[in-house]
Write a protein that binds this ligand. Structure first.
Ligand SMILES: *Cc1c(COP(=O)(O)O)cnc(C)c1O
Length: 366
């Protein structure tokens, strides 16, 4: 029996396969698996439990780290945005979290409290967002005191474009900074995200920080799926109605789609409140029993409609109430759906909402 609600089926074996791909590309590097935003919608605790081989995990918020600790995750956990007040600093120490240090306020906070352990110093080499400039980094390190310095971290800004020259510049900035410094720990570098791992011949750094590629999706702007990765999420929902409509009748809010012939419509129990984008194009494919059908009419809060007797398919009438429609997943790449929605896989995966039932599957143990 399929439950009458949207489900995201998460293949933990696929995530482990993708992790192995990270190791293949950067065999000498340690891996900080990025599982912020509930592991990009895949369920952070379950993903962390599956990734026993990860050397560390990275999250954005203290609350995310605390949840992971409370679900029994013992590996190092890094707060990628660091701590921003005494309470967060205290939680970081209670839960033994690594912190990224990226601004003067955090430096004061930590210096005042004598908290200097498990710190990554973030250097802005071109992202223009978080981090100290290359020039100010030496004085930051001096003020911090190097006891417990884990290393220097930088974030690549333009890896969505495989041919960007920005990446090489950023890598050489952090590498030459590290060479110039004479501070224990500062020789340890954490650089590459998924784009860096997938685009660079030899991903640099002692640590790599893959996020999206662990979930099997492409970080590149071209939105071509990456053959060596396995998509981990199958996002779907049951068909809850199959009905005939007459030529000239319209479907959904605003009547933006009107049948040009007598047609059969299937209604699927997923909408924008589940994370299916409302802005998506008419005609976007939805997969039912292995056949693609076009989305018709506006995406509602709880439902979408597809046209069954469209020329895409010969098998219109094999669709029945209770069948599972796939919105993205196997045979319907999230990259393709992102393209139809004018967005990127990141936002679709992170946008799957809390009411969607996550079902984790694995054939492997450990
Ligand atoms: C999110 C994030 C990553 C992972 O990026 P992907 O493109 O998903 O691989 C790595 N490092 C930092 C600092 C991040 O915030």
């Amino acid at each position: 029996m399929s439950s009458r609600q949207a489900t995201a089926i998460i293949d933990l074996d696929a995530i482990r396969h993708n992790f192995d791909q990270v190791k293949l590309r950067a065999p000498a590097s340690k891996v900080m698996a990025i599982i912020k935003a509930d592991a990009y919608g895949h369920g952070a605790s379950k993903v962390a439990e599956a990734l026993v081989a990860a050397d560390a995990f990275g999250v954005a918020r203290v609350s995310e780290a605390v949840k992971l600790r409370e679900s029994g995750i013992g590996q190092p956990i890094c707060l990628l945005e660091g701590v921003n007040d005494p309470e967060e600093l205290n939680l970081a120490s209670v839960y033994e979290l690594q912190v990224v240090l990226h601004n003067q306020e955090q430096l004061e906070l930590m210096a005042n409290r004598g908290a200097r352990r498990h710190v990554w110093v973030k250097v802005d080499t071109g992202m223009g967002r978080l981090g100290f400039s290359v020039e100010e980094t030496p004085s930051v390190l001096q003020k911090l005191g190097h006891q417990g310095l884990l290393g220097l971290m930088t974030h690549l800004a333009d890896t969505g474009d495989r041919r960007s020259t920005m990446t090489d510049q950023q890598v050489s900035r952090i590498t030459s900074l590290a060479n110039d410094l004479d501070v224990p720990g500062s020789e340890v570098l954490s650089i590459a995200n998924s784009g860096g791992l997938l685009a660079l011949q030899k991903p640099p750094g002692d640590w790599v920080r893959p996020g999206l590629m662990l979930y099997g999706a492409s970080p590149f702007d071209d939105l071509d799926p990456i053959p060596s990765l396995q998509p981990a999420m199958s996002f779907g929902a049951p068909v809850i109605s199959v009905r005939a409509i007459k030529q000239g009748e319209s479907v959904g809010y605003g009547g933006i789609w009107t049948a040009d012939k007598d047609s059969t419509i299937a209604v699927i129990a997923a909408g924008y409140a589940d994370g299916y984008p409302r802005e998506i194009a008419q005609g976007t494919p939805v997969l039912v029993n292995g056949v693609r059908y076009p989305l018709v009419g506006r995406v509602s809060m709880d439902m979408i409609c597809i046209q069954l007797d469209h020329s895409y398919s010969e098998e219109a009438h094999s669709v029945k109430v209770g069948d599972r429609a796939i919105l993205w997943g196997d045979d319907l790449p999230v990259e393709e759906i992102a393209d139809k929605a004018g967005t990127i896989p990141y936002t679709l995966l992170c946008g799957v909402t809390a009411r969607v039932n996550r079902q984790h599957r694995s054939n492997r143990r450990g």
